[in-house]
Design a protein around this ligand. Structure first.
Ligand SMILES: [Zn+2]
Length: 75
């Protein structure tokens, strides 16, 4: 039975990695994800705003296009 060199926990080979250390690593990653630095957060917010600003007219154009096609077909 293998054991972790980091914390000495015994684990089954089927897992392949130490579950205790893996959990700690996951928690660390989750914490970093939950509290991103301000600059990154601002950039993400800006990107979502850009998507909305660009996406809304595109959506309206798409609806207008569908309406135009439907109108020309029903004539
Ligand atoms: Zn470990």
């Amino acid at each position: 039975m293998p054991f972790c060199k980091e914390c000495g926990t015994f684990y089954t080979r089927s897992i392949g990695i130490c579950p205790k250390c893996n959990e700690a690593e996951l928690l660390k990653m989750h914490k970093e994800e939950a509290c991103p630095n301000d600059e990154e957060h601002k950039q993400k917010a800006k990107a979502s705003w850009l998507k909305l600003i660009l996406g809304l007219p595109a959506f309206i154009l798409f609806i207008a296009g569908l309406y135009y096609i439907w109108h020309s077909l029903s004539r």
